[in-house]
Design a protein around this ligand. Structure first.
Ligand code: SIN
Ligand code: CO
Length: 388
């Protein structure tokens, strides 16, 4: 993708301009980001998803049992018969994993790394509905899918920002509005992390939120050090070989800190392990139980492809690849695999192609390593047969 091509999705900005001026910095309203956008799923279908066991959903009622009531799905069918006319929102997480037409929307966001994208959440709000003024810790694109929604944006927030006393909802006690827009279907609003925002439905309204993943610094440190620790033998310890005599036996001297810092930086600067951890972490599926492998033999897999079978990415799987000094690494749903450099085009194909079949796999089916890789990805569940 050429970073200097103006994109309709970004209101005519190029990816380079958007990244330079807005991404992670300030909001951007884009009128008709997707001209004539029609939601590929209806409010009834969204409500239907919220009845399913494996789907993560929430209802927020502004005047429920108490102000701002949160209910968690899965819901029962009669839930929707007993809701008031106004002032409630249904939010369904990761709809892209359950509705292929919603996943397709993500193709428009390929100007950003795919491993940064978390999911497409879809909300349906009755008139007046909204989840209250709040901030999120991640970037989000809010695409209007149906009806009209008033969006207000406010101040930059942080962990110190005062919240209303509510166990489950993070509603800001103080919202300082700076801007306001009404979005119609196809309009989109980009919000950087931590910017206060407040959406209120003007009528029956659907909003698509393309949300991003960014590990917190605390997660990076705890998860990476846990990962590193698996490779460190118990006998590797704090060592003070060559220490100078102490002037006071009770003092921890600078020299001890320097030794600790050397120990930490020796391990923390292992780039190969850092990449391995990061790739695994960023491709961890949101719902690992939905990435279930299949037992299959190499001959059967090859035979099926030769007979016209099509392999697609499991909608819950996540894929990314990277280069290392000794070859390539494929990250597939939380696992990593070191591969020879000549498989580069196959890795790119596996990560990017909508479907893998005889035509686009072509020569790779004759390559031992290539075949082995496809087989492993099917066994692991990241790839599956299209009609499964
Ligand atoms: C919504 O769609 O109602 C909420 C989206 C958000 O504010 O993050
Ligand atoms: Co939000």
């Amino acid at each position: 993708m050429n970073p200097d091509t103006p994109l309709q999705l970004l209101g005519g900005l190029t990816a380079r301009e958007f990244l330079r001026d807005y991404w992670q910095k300030k909001p951007l309203l884009i009128r008709q980001a997707i001209p004539g956008f029609e939601s590929p799923i209806s409010p009834d279908e969204l409500a239907g998803l919220s009845l399913e066991e494996e789907v993560e959903s929430r209802l927020v009622l502004e005047h429920g049992e108490r102000p701002w009531e949160l209910r968690r799905g899965p819901f029962a069918e009669d839930t929707y018969q007993n809701l008031p006319e106004r002032d409630w929102t249904l939010l369904v997480q990761a709809v892209d994993q359950f509705v292929p037409d919603v996943a397709e929307l993500l193709e428009q966001f390929r100007f950003l790394p795919s491993w940064r994208i978390d999911d497409v959440m879809i909300s349906f709000a009755a008139p007046g509905g909204g989840v209250g003024p709040h901030f999120d810790n991640y970037d989000v694109f809010l695409l209007q899918g149906q009806g009209r929604r008033n969006w207000k944006v406010g101040q930059m927030c942080d962990a110190e920002s005062a919240l209303l006393p509510h166990a489950d909802l993070r509603i800001l006690a103080d919202f300082q509005q700076t801007d306001e827009w009404v979005l119609e279907p196809g309009d989109m609003l980009y919000l950087p992390p931590r910017l206060a925002h407040f959406g209120i439905a003007e009528d029956d309204c659907m909003t698509y939120s393309v949300g991003f993943r960014a590990p917190s610094a605390a997660e990076v440190l705890t998860h990476f050090t846990d990962f590193l620790a698996q490779f460190l033998p118990d006998e590797e310890r704090y060592s003070d070989a060559g220490a100078a005599p102490v002037s006071d036996p009770h003092e921890i001297q600078r020299d001890a800190l320097d030794r600790l810092k050397a120990l930490l930086s020796e391990h923390m600067s292992d780039e190969r392990l850092l990449l391995t951890w990061f790739g695994q972490f960023m491709t961890e599926p949101r719902y690992p139980e939905l990435v279930a492998g299949t037992e299959v033999e190499e001959d059967d897999l090859l035979g099926a492809i030769e007979d016209g079978a099509v392999l697609i990415r499991n909608a819950s799987a996540r894929l990314a690849w990277s280069e290392v000094d000794v070859g390539l690494v494929l990250f597939a749903s939380g696992q990593s695999r070191l591969l020879p450099a000549n498989l580069r085009d196959l890795l790119k194909l596996i990560c990017a192609a909508e479907a893998l079949h005889l035509e686009n796999l072509g020569q790779w089916l004759a390559d031992d390593e290539g075949r082995k890789l496809l087989l492993e990805l099917v066994k692991q569940g990241s790839l599956e047969f299209a009609d499964e």
